[in-house]
Design a protein around this ligand. Structure first.
Ligand code: NAD
Length: 334
């Protein structure tokens, strides 16, 4: 088959491309390089630097592709309340363009990488796929709106679709010099530079972290398994639910760092408790957590050590500067 992967120069997109090539498929990928790096694109993939908002380019590059896996995004949840234009453009708007291109090209299936931000705050944890979405920030709103658009257009134009909902993925090739996202990588990069990590709020917000290989095995199924069109799947573990304080302690223990975190005010709209049930993925996609948290973090530490810690690059515009904009960004504290 020929697989079209958006965001192929990014973390998840490049691992997906590796897996598809290893399975013997042809891969065509696009990326604007706003977040990713060309060096991440596998050698055997066709690649074009292009913005997914460009309909003419997307329609041309997608020609002959059977399946689209849409991974491109500026996936900045915390930043999205301060840079809503940037984040929604590269989340919702590009999804409409890709749908239009996919339908014109008679693509068989459209797989969308959504986010647990779609759930927002819920009464019950872990989140299950049947819950009513209640996104709390522009990123989550744009992901949820994208899902609605996919459902609508796929029904009208008879194209299969699957919504994959990953959460807090860690692993090799994750950007670790980005001050706007990827909490585990930011902490590792800081500690390896001898700096204390910065924690927003009291650090008791809780998350589950997914190792990239476990995520990819499941995403592969969302592309090929028959009879799952229209389904939503949480993808990632639900076994180890940890606070951000515990995450910092674990990383410090792996690195051998004397931890005294700095605490900053909470970020607006940050969901306190967020965990996704993996039951549906276990049952229908054979999901299994094979890499426990400590092991995954150790691998991430080793990757960042090998590549070398880096200075943080403030590469995005913070559109709204106000007294509630985190000082980590306005004063470049990382
Ligand atoms: N990494 C996670 O923890 C996580 C969790 C939940 C959901 N997701 C979703 O998975 C997908 C991949 O995330 P990731 O962590 O690999 O992010 P990433 O930033 O590493 O990769 C995204 C890629 O998309 C590209 N991109 C952004 N806007 C584009 C545009 N307009 N045109 C072309 N390319 C564009 C970026 O340059 C980047 O290479 C995203 O959709 C994200 O929302 C990721």
């Amino acid at each position: 088959m020929k697989i079209f992967i958006t965001g192929i120069a990014g973390f998840l997109g490049s691992h997906l491309a590796d897996r598809m090539i290893a399975l013997g498929h042809e891969v065509m990928g696009v990326d604007s390089l706003i977040g990713g790096e060309q060096a991440n694109v596998p050698e055997n993939a066709e690649f074009a630097i292009a913005d997914c908002a460009n309909l003419t380019a997307m329609t041309k590059h997608m020609a002959g592709c059977d399946i689209v896996i849409h991974s491109a995004c500026t996936a900045y949840e915390g930043l999205s309340v301060f840079s809503p234009s940037l984040v929604t453009q590269n989340t919702f708007q590009i999804t409409s363009t890709l749908l239009s291109a996919a339908i014109q090209n008679k693509v068989k299936r459209f797989v969308f990488c959504s986010s647990m931000a779609r759930y927002g705050s819920q009464e019950i944890i872990p989140f299950t796929e049947d819950m009513i979405c209640n996104p709390e920030d522009p990123y989550g709103i744009a992901k949820h709106a994208s899902e609605l658009l996919i459902k609508n257009l796929c029904k009208v134009h008879n194209m299969e679709y699957v919504i994959a909902v990953p959460h807090n993925i860690i692993g090799n090739r994750q950007k670790y010099d980005d001050p706007f996202r990827n909490v585990a990588s930011i902490m590792i990069n800081m500690m390896l530079q001898g700096k204390q990590p910065i924690i927003y709020g009291d650090g008791n917000q809780m998350r589950c972290f997914s190792f990239v290989d476990d995520c990819i095995s499941c995403l592969e199924k969302t592309a090929f398994l028959e009879g799952i069109s229209g389904e939503v799947f949480n993808i990632g573990p639900d076994e180890e639910f940890v606070t951000i304080n515990q995450l910092a302690e674990l990383i410090a223990d792996i690195i051998g760092f004397k931890l005294e975190p700095k605490y900053m005010p909470s970020r607006p709209q940050e969901v306190k408790l967020a965990s996704c049930s993996a039951n549906k993925a276990r049952k229908m996609l054979g999901y299994k957590t094979t890499v426990p948290l400590r092991e995954g973090l150790t691998e991430l530490v080793n990757c960042i050590k090998k590549a070398g810690p880096k200075r943080f690059r403030y590469h995005l515009d913070v559109e709204i500067i106000s007294p509630i904009t985190p000082q980590t960004w306005t004063n470049k504290l990382f």
